[in-house]
Every structure is written in structure tokens, then in C-alpha cells.
Design a protein. Structure first.
Lengths: 474, 106, 164
């Protein structure tokens, strides 16, 4: 049944292109929204057993070897939510109907790719689906065809391909010792291999490639350009889920079930995570471009996720997955707000836009919620995931990292508050009174995401077990 | 497999490393957008050779051939998209010099 | 074995030619030649199917892509090319030296790699492997080709419109 998660988006793209291309381009919007809602519903309410059961012709005809577990379901849920939001944002922001039709088709292809990444259990198939997502991301970044977007896309293409080459080298070395590309066989071969150095260099190459794809600090060159120059709906999708699935989910999956938490890898992960958190937060303080600031903030939050992963304990992993989920919610909310501000004022420069709170109350309120969740203020969801990560670090004996992670929250709060003060709660400039709230189609996703942030924060005790049991711990 | 197979690997490994460094040199040393893509092509060639050699050594040519065929298809699509982007830059900037696009700060 | 060594030497030489060629067009053609040599090596390593793909797709299709893009864009004049070459040589003159030194050094060292290799596979047909065991890769290929089709629709059409 999990096959459908790839097949349905794929066939709906073909259906749209063949049948609805000429007339009824609006069908793309309805189909996209329906598919993402369906994915959210199924991810929440269907158990793993139902997912992994393969009915009728699938078992004989199409053997894709896909597996759903709790971690996959968390990711499927986030993918569904963010793509739902992106469909609505695209409807509001992209005015030309033909362009919107193409955009939603690309969204459906990337949906199939992301679902594929989440479901496969084979290092080479992982690479194939990562490339699907990468190719669609290139197109989405260059979608508006202005020169800066092209430049960002070019930079991303070069770096992403170098990352791919690193990963393929690692895959080749792992195939040499394992003779197979399946996760279980590779992890078995790594355990039995007498050549620690060889295995470690292969793992290091793969993780290096993933760092480039995720844009973690030493390899972050492409990320701010891409996030800020991509068209607004595309940057919601990329920042919210695409790079997180490609870089971070894959990292979590590989470290937990293929490389089995080797202590050397864990030290590297924690060090890189802390450096990302601090450096990106400092860089974020100095930005004047709204979306560029959010991009640096994204790198900093990803640092927390990597830090929790490097901790290596079940609690740290739970915090890491929980923060991944929260991050995809509040970061896409912030990018929705950025899209609304850019659409209404036509500028992203925080020195030029000010005092929007009176004109755009919904955008201002939801962005406060998202910002405080990112900074880790109590009843909101971001607080709990950061708390779990810090507790896990303290419990595992990494006191220094725990203290740095806690203190870095203050930096987060600083740049978030400075952004809020400059964009929303400052004095209204002359002639700025005519800026009105965005329409329903963009306000609705912002409200839904804000509600999720608050709801998950308040209902946290009931949700924690889902994240704790995300792993069959090796 | 015996040690003999790994002795065969050695000249191939050397060539693969040289191809890697040539490709990286090509990406670093040029200002031309298309030439950087040629460097990427060389890197992918090196990886293709590595996968095939691995299959030859541990006797799984069936598996590695499957992998290489998929890799080649993916490579074509990526190069095609990159060409689209390069043509886009050229039509706006009228140059292929990457120094003209360094107005993006890292 | 000697034949393999000769072909490998040719491969490295043609890769160097690809990088060092003055005009982009020659670079593209050299890349196609590199691909062709690589496909001979792949064929000699018991992988005929992959060799066919490498020859037809990489040496054929990709060079067509490169050559057409190069001819669509304005080429540099001879003087500019010379200037670029000089600038490049002055910036990176040490890289070929490092490469040569590394090659000499590495060919001297023989690391004794005694890996535990897995037992040889029983199934030895690449077609069976691709169609029966790796269907998910095929699915991925089809999806990525679809994405490529959209790329052509979106990027190339607009590039042509602006070029007019």
C-alpha cells in the first residue's frame, strides 16, 4: 500500500498533463490540495501494519520494497502539511494560470520524490530519489527566470552535484564490502568489516555529501542565495521540507540504521551541529533581507537537529525528530509570512518595510507565534523539542554542548525579536496605511500552521510517545 | 575473491583519483559556466568507473551495471537542466563569465 | 592487463585534454572522446550493457547537449581565450604539479588492502537485476525523466523567448 504514495502523485501528473492541460487548469490546484490532505490523513490514522500490507496486484506486479515505520510516518505527515501550504501559497501568489499549472505539477513530482526518499530502504534508491528532488528544486528555483534566481540555481546545481559525487563514491565503497545496496546488508557488512578506516572514510564521504545537501555550516554557501532568490511558494517548499528531507532525514536514517551510531561519527555530528547553531545565529543577526535572515535561522535550527542526533541516545533522537517536525511547521509558517510581506510590499529589505502589524494582523500574529516557537518559548512546540534535546545532551554527559545549545536560544530570540520589531511592530511609514491583509488562500495556511504550533505545544504530553517510539533502536 | 583482484584494482584506483582531481581542478580553475559543467561531467565519469571496477572486483557486475545505467539516466537529466539554467543566465547577462554572477554573497 | 593500462593512460590524457583545451567546443568534443574511451574500459570489465549506455548516452546525447549549448552562446574571441588561459595558469599553476607529484607518489605506495569481500553473486544477468530486483530505481528514473520534460518546457521555452 505504501507504493501508492509514489504512484498516485506520479500518475496524477501524467493525468493532469494529458487531460487537463488544455482546459480546466484549475484541476491541478484541487488535485494537489486533495492529495496532500489525503497524505496527512493517512499518515496520522493508518498504522504501520496497514501501510506495509501489500494488497492485490502489488505483491506480484510491482515490487518496490518500500517500508513504513514511525519515523517515516512523521516525515510523511510533515511533507503532506507543507505541500498543502505550498499549493495554497502558489494559488495566491502565482497569478498566471499556465505557470501555476506547471508549478503544481512540479510540486506533485517533488511530492513523489520526497515520499520515495522517506520510504526506500536501499542506499542507491535513496540517491535516485534525492536526485528527483534535486532536479525539481533546480527548476523551482529558476521558475521565475530572473537573473538572480538563475544564479542561485546554478550555484545549487554545482554544489549539489559535487555532493552527489561524494555520496556515489561512498555507495561504491560500501557496495565493495557489502555486495548489496540494502540498508540491512550494508549495516551487517559494516559491523563485520575488520577495516575501520575504510568503512569510516566511506561513511565520512556520505555524511559530507549530506552536509552539503542540507547546507550545514561549513558547506552552507548555496543555501541563503537559494532560499532568498527562489519564488516565494518554492522557498516555502524548499525551506520547509525539501532540503530537510534530502539532508537531515537521510542523515538520521543512515546514522541510526546503517552506520549504527559509531561514536566517532557522533562526535563529528555534535561538533558540526554546535558550530552551525552559533555561527548561523550570529550571521542571522546581521541580515537585512527578510528571507536571507530566515535562511540563516534555518541553518541554525538544523544545527539543533544534528546536535540531537549526535547525542545518540533514544531521548536525543526523539528530540531530534520532534524538532525536525516542529521546524518544518514553524519555518514554513515564517516563509508564508515572508511571502505575504513580499507580495504586499514588493520588498524584502527589512530597513524599508515597517509597521505592518496594523495592516496585516493575521500575518503579524502568526509570525510572532512561529518566531517564538523557533526561539523556544514555553507553551509553543519548539520549546519542548529544544528542551528534550538539551535534557538528552545533559543526560548523556555532554554538559558543554547542552549549555551552548541553551544559550544559543537567546541569540535566536534576539534575531527573531529584532525582525518582528523592524517589520511588524515599528512606526508606520508615511503612506503605508493602504497595506491590507492578504487574501483567504494565503491567510488560511498561516492560520493552520499557527494552530499546529500552538496545539502541538499544548497537547505535548500526548504526542511525546509517538516521537519516542520513532526508532527501533539498534 | 583473492588478493589478486585487489592488485588489479590499483591502477584503476590511481586513474580514478586522477580523474577526480582533474575534474575538481576544472571546476575550481575556470570562470566559464559551461566549463564548470564539463568538470562535473568528469567527476561523474570517475564515479562511473569506480562503480564498474567495484562490480568487477567482487563479482557483482549485474548489480553494478544496473546502478550505472540508472546513474547515466539521472546524469543526462541533470546536465539538461543545468544547460537550461546556463542558457537562461546567458540570455540575461550575455556572458558566461562566473565573475559576473558573484554579486550573490555567500 | 597491458592493454588495460594503455587504455587507462589514454583516458587520463583525454581528460587532461578536455580540461586544457582552449576553445569550449574542443573541450566538449574531448569530453565525448573521454566517454568513448571510458566505455571501452567498462566493456573490458565484463559490463557490456553499461558500456552501451555510456557510449550512446554519455558520448552521444550529452555531447550533443554540450555542443548545442556552446553554439547557442556567443563564443569568446581568440584574444580573450588567451587572456583567460594566462590568468588561469597564473592562479593555479601549482595544481598540475601537485597532481603529477601525487600520481608518482601513489604509484610507489602499495597499500595492502585485504578486505573481506562478499561471495560472488549467483544471479549474473543485469537485465534481470534491473527489471526484477531494482524496480524502485526504474520508477525513480521514470519520475526524473518526467521532471526533465518539465524542465525543458519551463526553462528552454522561456530562454528562447528572451533570446528573440
Amino acid at each position: 500500500m505504501s507504493n501508492l504514495l509514489i504512484l498516485v502523485p506520479f500518475f496524477s501528473v501524467i493525468l493532469l498533463s494529458l487531460i487537463f492541460r488544455v482546459k480546466m487548469k484549475g484541476a491541478a490546484f484541487i488535485l494537489g490540495a486533495a492529495l496532500s490532505v489525503l497524505q496527512v490523513y493517512l499518515a496520522i490514522f493508518y498504522s504501520n501494519a496497514v501501510w506495509n500490507n501489500s494488497p492485490f496486484l502489488f505483491s506480484n506486479f510491482l515490487k518496490l520494497n518500500l517500508v513504513v515505520d514511525n519515523l517515516s510516518r512523521v516525515m510523511l505527515l510533515s511533507i503532506g502539511i507543507v505541500s498543502f501550504v505550498t499549493v495554497f501559497a502558489a494559488r495566491y501568489i502565482i497569478r498566471d494560470e499556465g505557470e501555476r499549472f506547471n508549478f503544481i505539477n512540479l510540486l506533485l513530482i517533488i511530492l513523489a520524490g520526497l515520499n520515495g526518499i522517506v520510504l526506500v530502504r536501499d542506499i542507491f534508491s535513496l540517491y535516485v530519489f534525492m536526485e528527483v528532488v534535486a532536479v525539481v528544486s533546480f527548476i523551482l528555483i529558476a521558475f521565475n527566470k530572473d537573473i538572480r534566481a538563475f544564479e542561485g540555481a546554478y550555484k545549487y546545481i554545482v554544489l549539489s552535484t559535487v555532493a552527489t559525487v561524494l555520496m556515489l563514491t561512498s555507495i561504491a565503497l560500501l557496495v565493495l564490502i557489502a555486495g548489496s545496496t540494502e540498508f540491512s546488508a550494508v549495516s551487517q557488512a559494516i559491523k563485520n568489516s575488520p577495516h575501520g578506516m575504510f568503512v569510516m572514510s566511506a561513511a565520512g564521504l556520505f555524511i559530507c555529501g549530506l552536509f552539503i545537501k542540507a547546507g550545514i555550516i561549513p558547506f552552507h554557501g548555496w543555501l541563503p542565495d537559494v532560499y532568498s532568490e527562489a519564488p516565494p511558494p518554492a522557498s516555502i517548499l524548499l525551506a520547509g521540507i525539501a532540503t530537510k528531507t534530502v539532508g537531515i532525514y537521510t542523515l538520521i536514517r543512515l546514522v541510526s540504521s546503517v552506520f549504527c551510531f559509531d561514536s566517532r561519527i557522533n562526535y563529528v555530528l555534535m561538533f558540526v551541529g554546535v558550530v552551525s547553531i552559533v555561527v548561523a545565529a550570529l550571521a542571522s543577526l546581521g541580515q537585512n533581507d527578510f528571507k536571507r535572515m530566515l535562511a540563516y535561522s534555518s541553518i541554525s535550527q538544523v544545527g539543533y537537529i544534528v546536535l540531537g542526533l549526535g547525542c545518540g541516545t533514544p531521548l536525543g533522537l526523539a528530540g531530534c525528530v520532534f524538532h525536525l517536525f516542529n521546524h518544518s511547521i514553524f519555518k514554513s509558517l515564517l516563509f508564508v509570512n515572508a511571502a505575504a510581506v513580499e507580495f504586499k510590499t514588493g520588498s524584502r529589505d527589512m530597513n524599508k518595510i515597517s509597521g505592518l502589524a496594523s495592516g496585516m494582523p493575521i500575518t503579524a500574529t502568526t509570525s510572532v507565534l512561529a518566531g517564538l516557537s523557533a526561539a523556544g518559548i514555553p507553551p509553543l512546540s519548539g520549546f519542548w523539542s529544544k528542551l528534550i534535546i538539551i535534557i538528552a545532551l545533559w543526560g548523556a554527559g555532554f554538559y558543554g554542548y547542552a549549555v551552548i545549545a541553551a544559550l544559543a536560544s537567546i541569540l535566536t530570540l534576539a534575531y527573531i525579536l529584532s525582525m518582528q520589531r523592524r517589520v511588524f511592530f515599528s512606526k508606520l511609514p508615511e503612506g503605508g496605511q493602504d497595506i491590507k491583509e492578504v487574501g483567504f488562500t494565503l491567510a488560511l495556511p498561516a492560520l493552520i500552521l499557527g494552530a499546529i504550533t500552538v496545539g502541538v505545544g499544548i497537547l505535548f504530553p500526548f504526542i511525546l510517545n509517538t516521537f519516542l517510539s520513532s526508532f527501533a533502536f539498534p | 575473491m583473492d588478493a589478486n583482484a585487489l592488485n588489479i584494482f590499483w591502477p584503476f584506483g590511481l586513474v580514478i583519483m586522477m580523474l577526480f582531481s582533474i575534474g575538481i581542478y576544472c571546476i575550481l580553475a575556470t570562470y566559464n559556466l559551461i566549463r564548470a559543467l564539463i568538470g562535473i561531467e568528469l567527476l561523474i565519469k570517475a564515479v562511473t568507473l569506480l562503480i564498474i571496477v567495484v562490480g568487477y572486483i567482487n563479482g557483482r557486475t549485474a548489480l553494478t551495471q544496473g546502478l550505472v545505467i540508472t546513474l547515466i539516466v539521472v546524469e543526462v537529466v541533470i546536465i539538461a537542466v543545468a544547460m537550461g539554467v546556463v542558457l537562461g543566465i546567458h540570455s540575461k547577462n550575455n556572458s558566461l563569465d562566473s565573475r559576473n554572477i558573484r554579486n550573490l554573497k555567500g | 592487463m597491458e592493454i588495460n593500462l594503455i587504455i587507462l593512460a589514454v583516458l587520463v590524457c583525454s581528460a587532461l585534454w578536455t580540461v586544457m583545451a582552449r576553445s569550449l567546443l574542443r573541450s566538449g568534443i574531448a569530453l565525448a572522446f573521454t566517454s568513448a574511451v571510458l566505455s571501452i574500459i567498462i566493456f573490458r570489465l565484463n559490463s557490456p550493457l553499461a558500456a552501451v549506455f555510456e557510449l550512446s548516452v554519455c558520448a552521444g546525447l550529452i555531447s550533443v547537449l554540450f555542443v548545442s549549448t556552446i553554439s547557442l552562446t556567443t563564443p569568446l574571441t581568440h584574444k580573450e581565450v588567451l587572456k583567460h588561459m594566462k590568468a588561469r595558469l597564473s592562479r593555479f599553476w601549482y595544481l598540475p604539479l601537485i597532481l603529477a607529484a601525487a600520481a608518482i607518489l601513489l604509484s610507489r605506495i602499495k597499500i595492502d588492502l585485504n578486505l573481506n569481500l562478499p561471495a560472488a553473486e549467483t544471479e549474473n544477468d543485469a537485465r534481470y537485476c534491473l527489471w526484477h530486483l531494482r524496480q524502485v530505481d526504474l520508477m525513480g528514473q521514470i519520475i526524473i525523466l518526467l521532471a526533465g520534460a518539465f524542465a525543458v518546457v519551463i526553462l528552454f521555452r522561456e530562454a528562447r523567448k528572451n533570446g528573440r
